[in-house]
Design a protein around this ligand. Sequence first.
Ligand SMILES: Nc1ncnc2c1ncn2[C@@H]1O[C@H](COP(=O)(O)OP(=O)(O)OP(=O)(O)O)[C@@H](O)[C@H]1O
Ligand SMILES: [Mg+2]
Length: 275
Amino acid sequence: MVIAVLNPKGGCGKSTLTTNLARALQLTGRAVLIVDTDSQGTLRDWQAMQGDASGMPPVIGLDVKRLHTDLPLLAAEYDTVVIDGTAKMMQGLGLTVKVADAILVPVQPSAADLWAVSGLAELIHTRRKIQDGLPKAAFVISRQIAGSRLAEQIQEALTDYQLPVLDTRISQRVAYTEALAQGVSVIDIEPEGRAADEIRTLMDEVIAWVDEEALALEPTPQPKPARQPEPARVVEPCQASAETAMVRWDPDTAARNQRNYTHFVAFKAYDSSAA
Ligand SMILES: Nc1ncnc2c1ncn2[C@@H]1O[C@H](COP(=O)(O)OP(=O)(O)OP(=O)(O)O)[C@@H](O)[C@H]1O
Ligand SMILES: [Mg+2]
């Protein structure tokens, strides 16, 4: 499962949602990878704040242009990949929408933030038309201010984009800023705090939302066609020797090649992000 956190608006809380959701999912026992597509490298800085054995989900920097080729190989070893989207570049958004199974769009409660997501919503709907209604996508109200009615107003206005708005909202809290600065999540700095509760509730809602839609997308079983009797066949003698079969499939070589390629991809990503 690839979850992309996207919004062309800077500062709306993409990296904050990515790190906290990824960590919450990891704490349920899932193997989670974070992919940082943002050239600012916020999450590689987040990772740099951690000690060697932090236990946080690993972060790999990947250029958006390489997502469609490299992500499937990287994702193979993980249950969930969370992509921290890049701001601004529309082409980057399009490439990320293509590889995602689910998209979360954090939106701050302001008119400017509401307008900023119209292009992304359009992009998602266009993709869904040609891809059997996928990827699934939902808005998450981010950085809501306690006691303000703005979040309700924005939640209502977002329905115009015809994508669901998750019930759980992320509030503006110091714990999020502190966690990002320390290279951890809000669950690590204050496990019983309100931010940690919010993130666990959000994660449960995301899991239910993803599963619900996955179930709805299960193809209806079709009755099998009646089997026709097969015509008699002439059996040719087998040409392949034991030796050629070995050349074709050697599990050790295949595994080694896969590992080398994964390292190569990771190195390339690091190399291009450092450029
Ligand atoms: N819910 C929150 N409460 C308090 N501070 C927050 C919250 N969400 C984000 N911030 C702070 O706002 C700043 C921007 O957040 P973040 O980096 O997550 O946004 P972003 O969308 O990834 O930005 P960019 O588009 O630049 O990548 C950071 O300093 C972060 O700590
Ligand atoms: Mg960011």
